[in-house]
Each structure stands twice: as C-alpha cells, then as structure tokens.
Design a protein around this ligand. Sequence first.
Ligand code: TRP
Length: 333
Amino acid sequence: MQKDKKILYSAVQPTNSLTIGNYIGAVKNFVALQEEYDCIYAIANMHAITVRQDPAQLRRNTLSLLALYIACGVDPEKCVLYLQSHVHEHAELAWALNTFTYVGEMERMTQFKDKSARHADNINMGLMDYPVLMAADILLYQTDVVPVGVDQRQHLEITRDIAIRFNNAYSPTFTVPEGLFMKVGAKIGDLLDPAKKMSKSSENLNGTVFMSDDRDTIMRKFRRAVTDSEACVKYDPETKPGVSNLLSIYSVFTGKSMEECEREFEGKGYGDFKAAVGEAVADSLAPVQAEQARLLEDRQYLDGVLKAGAANAARRAGRTLAKVYKKIGFYQI
Ligand code: TRP
C-alpha cells in the first residue's frame, strides 16, 4: 500500500440493515476517505456475535453489508475490504491484549453497561471483552486514524490506553491511533423522537429509515415524522427539533446548503416539505439498492473481494502479531 498515506481503520457490524443514519455517519464517509487515506474497512462479524445472532441471518447480513459498501462506492481496488473472522490474528492479538486490560476498566465501559441492561439474559464474556477485540482490530494494522462518532469515543480511548501500556511495558510496538472526528454528517435523529439518534434497535421502527426500505415505506415514514405547530420550515434545533432534523436529512441527501433548503420551502406547508424529503431520500437510495441487489447475485465476485481482502489484511496483521509474540516471549521456531 501507499507509504505516504496515513492508515485509516473502520468497521461496521453485520447486524440488521443499516439505517440512513449509519449511511451518513459511516459508509458515505468511507467513500470520501478512501482517496486521502490508506483505508482498511472490516465487516465486524466477531463483534456481532457478542449478542445472539441467527446463523443464516448473520451470513446473509454479511454479504448484504459487503454489497452495500461496494454499491455505495467503497472501492475494493483502493482499500482493504475484508471480513474480520477471515483474519485469525484478530482473535490472537485480542487474547494477548486481554492481559494488558483490567476487568474494572471493562466493567465501567458505557456500552457494556447499556448492552448488559438490554441483554440481561446473556451478559457473556465476549460482550465485556468487546473493546479489547476492537483494540486488536485497530492496533493490528498500525492504524493512524479511526473515524469515530460519539458512541465509539470511549472505545478508541481504551484502545489508546492499551497501546501505550504495551509500548511502555516493552518498546514501541503499536502506533497510538487518533480519532478522526468527522465535520460533516449532521447527526440524524429518529423521525418520531428527533432528540434521540436514529437507531436500528428503536422500539418503534417507524422513526427509523433503513437503507433497504422501499419507496412506499420511506414515504410513509416521512409522512408520519413529527414536526411542530408553527407551519414554518426553518432550521432551529432548539425550538424546532423535528423540522430541523428533516432539513438536515434533506440537505445531506440533496447536497444543498441549509439556506438553500430553507429558501426552497419558504411558504410551503409541512405536508409538501415532508414529501420532498421522502422523495430525496428514496431517489438517492434507489440506485444504491439496485446496485446492491445486482452485486448480491454475483457471489463469485463478492467471494473474490473477500478473499483478496483477507489475504491483504492477513499480511499486514501478521507482521504486527509476530512482533507482539516476540516481545512477550513466545518461543519462535
Ligand atoms: N464497534 C463498532 C461499531 O459497532 C464496530 C467496530 C469493530 C469498529 N471494530 C472496530 C469501529 C474498529 C472502528 C474500529 O460501530
């Protein structure tokens, strides 16, 4: 890979369908970043099994996510695109890093506490160890930057702590990664409760728009989106959270500035406004969905991408793991 570019790492779990919030917050940025960085993008299926998955569904979701990445413009010729479980170094480094991580730290992680509450019947070791596996993902590739949203900030912080701890115990081994806090990607709120982030695990999924939703579903969800009683399309997240959220979505999906968007809806009612936002989203998703469906028919191509990606990733990861094993005193033959 190009030595002059910084190494960027990110991953998405193949659970459910992505929301348009995931698309704006993650996958769309992945495309923009691939020119500037040496990008490594994983499908984190090992993280996914920390909550119970249906095996057939997990397999299906893995291929759908791969096809979606490519359909959105992530180019397997330009970046490393691979499936986490295909590169055994992840599990191996995670094991070694476990011995540099304290139980107390893991118990205090916000996401662990949230997920333990949500899956009280299955608080497994993997759920608790999730951040260590994530640290292994990142550190294996000597990653310089990780694009992070607020929900992953604490995980990046612990990754840095573990890397520094290991480097201090032996000698510089891991690059200590920095967070890349994306400027674009206005946070997308739930259509029915805009103060809340749009999420695939909401109780009421009518407020969540999925990348896989068809036009009718999208139009229906936007028709029901909450607004206010003012009948005035203006961006003001404090007093008009619903309308502002819809304006953000419209702006992101049309590429128009907020002022342009406001002007466009001057004097128009909320009915027309909501329909226009729905149309913009449906129009943007249609070609992506069509391309994703086409790719999913071409299993040979998708398998080829995964094979090449895994070989490339394993080569890079293998170098780091060999260094680690040497430093910790694993006898080499
Ligand atoms: N935990 C991330 C998420 O759910 C996915 C992930 C796994 C990840 N490994 C990573 C993200 C490494 C960034 C870097 O969104």
